[in-house]
Design a protein around this ligand. Sequence first.
Ligand code: SF4
Length: 380
Amino acid sequence: MEQDISSRQIAIYIHIPFCLTPCGYCTFFRIPYSKSSLEIYLQYLHKEIDLFLQYHPDLTYAKSIYFGGGTPSLLKAEEIEDICSYFIFDKETEITLEINPLQITENYLSALKNTPINRLSIGVQSMNNEELNLLDRKHKAEQIKDKIELCRQLGFNNISLDLIYGLPGSSINKLKDNLIQFLNLRPEHISCYLLTLDSDTPLADKIKERIVSPLPDDNLLAEEYELICSELEKARYEHYEISNFCLPGKQSKHNLSYWNSLPYLGLGASASGFLPPYRYTNPFNLNDYYSNLDKGLIMPEAEHCSSKQLIADFIMMGLRLTQGIDLNELKERFNYNLEKDKHLQLDNLYQLGMIEKNGSYLSLSSKALFVSNTVIGELI
Ligand code: SF4
């Protein structure tokens, strides 16, 4: 008889920090790939999982597993399989691999079919070769259609594509063209990220040295965001989160755990986890990550969140969803009445047309989505 494990399931994030070549805009924790360093890393990752499951056997039940990076598609299929084998999941469990387009080959995909991976998140970023060049991405736009067809032929029918907007020298026309090409590929899910450049990245240096065009101004960025929302909605994608769009029923289950403030386990260097009331982040360097595990330490410097922090996180993350937050849930989970506590701020935001109420749900209006941080800041 199949066991109902749904009430015990948890989202699991696994960070694989290795990359073949660095991208000039990247601010993620990543390190140059070598076969031997990946092997050592995997030994420690196994150690971390062993320790977690030894102390918290309930974390075995996976609602979703997400391999992110870095470049997790540098893992061999057997290595993915080995990691997944620690966890108990069912056919509803979403298991995602972020995959670099260059690694989409018939051999690799066939091998992946022997693992539980059932969702691919492909780092396409742009369908314009000039932009790909600017981002130091090594694939070419014209390869993408065939790569996605190959994924489909081999039975991967839950595909998410990343698009980056707000690039140096971007224009409404370039973005329109990008969106047409993305939509022609008909992925189940599209994540649209605004390029945010740290000042110490190589791409930021090139802008300073005027080797590449400047970043678009705020007006153009707002127009670009509006264009993305309207074009994807016209193509019947549901705009379910500030930066995420999907065909019906194809929301990212894994990311929904973050946005709904549900627990998640973070594994690997730099990964964060939330095991209420604790939040933790693993070290951003391998030596510290390894030395903690050598000492049998997991969840280093875990922070015991106060109920005030948990409420703020619930509001901040939940308002990213276009359905908003359920004020009744806020009362039930945290005994907190937002309408009573922040009535002045709420009145003001209603008058400005920045928030809306639908039954017990409070959400950002569409005009507030692009300035969500400012609006949410008023409520926490
Ligand atoms: S592949 Fe991703 S993680 Fe690696 S350098 Fe490029 S942007 Fe950063």
